[in-house]
Design a protein around this ligand. Sequence first.
Ligand code: ADP
Ligand code: SR1
Ligand code: MG
Length: 417
Amino acid sequence: MDYAPLTPDTLAARLGGLPALTDRIGPSSGWQVAEVGDGNLNLVFIVTGSLGKIIVKQALPYIRLVGDSWPLPLNRAFFEYHALTRHAARDPGRVPEVYHFDEGQALIVMRYLSPHVILRKSVVKGVQHPNLARHMGVFLARSLFRGSALSLSGRVLREDMALFAANHALADISENLVFSDPYFAAKLNRHTPGLEPFIAPLRADRALRIAAQEAKHAFVSKTETLVHGDLHSGSLMVTAEDTQVIDPEFAIYGPFGFDVGMFMANLLLAFFAQSGHEDTPGGRDGYRAYLLGQLTQVWQVFAGEIRVLWQAERTGILYERSLFEDAGDKPGADAALVGVLRGIWVDAMGFCGVEMHRRILGLAHVEDLEAMADPARRVLAEARALEAGRIIATRRASLSLADLPALATDIDRSVAR
Ligand code: ADP
Ligand code: SR1
Ligand code: MG
């Protein structure tokens, strides 16, 4: 059958013969189907049977958020499937299990995550997830290290780069929406009314426009490893104990720092949005401290796990042991690692700054800020986040991890009060 989008009414008839579903949730005669997609791009169905629930995710031939005026290739489901299977192998247990993939129908059948909720919803409510930074630091290190030339042979790496190079339509979205559109009056941009006095000086800042293009340059040319490509708080599902990484359809070979910076940016956006979610001024100070603690911890865990992998799994084509440890120069390997981590950090800060900007000035915003009921408070929160992003991106070469919490706190207390 040619590709056709599923509907709650057609899903059972079309997928009811698949053992991948019936073995897990029971016969299709008893299925109930609900479409629950709240992302920007795809259809997501929860299918409930007599034995349980399952997720069916299907790509549409256009961007759901915008409509059929913006066509998008169906093959993004192919890249999501391949990224999910690589993530499952590289950091077992951190992504939903895939039960079935149909390339022609651009659909993936996967584990229904429950009682997980989308991290962004949880952050708006002020719920703490003490394992978040630890899980994400390890996931980032393992997925990025094990997908890179530090781990893989040249042949495996280049064949995989060739496969994911075809995901250029999704890369194109990021190249425009993340790195360029926020810095001029692009057609699909939108912003909170009242924010104009803060936007004009931001766009006039030449150093910032150069920093954003340097970040884009890194994104386009540093094909270092397989990145998730869209690692914001809407791509994580959490419980009190667990963290699951979903939705890697933007996967492409890119810089180590991309996923790291994007995740950190989303913690900072959540931080600056807290004034919109507290009953009394300062009522969310404990939650602010938690978010900044997670921000620091994710990098520390990431760097620590990279160190472990550097010692134990450096089997790829870069920094060969024959040049260092095997030649009696362990300190040389240690020094090389310091340089590698430093490069990732500087890149990550560039990506962090632009991600903060595009979620306020571009097409795709975040609920953390959108859900702020008081428009005046929202403008202030967004102005602060814009300023923090500007400093992070333009001063990325001199900023240290220890600087970030103080920077965020100072700006949160000072800008435009
Ligand atoms: P999109 O690609 O359109 O952004 P997502 O993969 O982010 O779609 O999924 C949209 C929504 O569907 C998520 O916000 C979440 O609520 C739900 N969802 C997606 N995958 C799962 C899953 N494996 N288990 C439970 N819910 C899921
Ligand atoms: C047009 S797609 C907008 C955004 O949604 C996705 O989740 C990515 O973040 C993309 O930039
Ligand atoms: Mg999504």
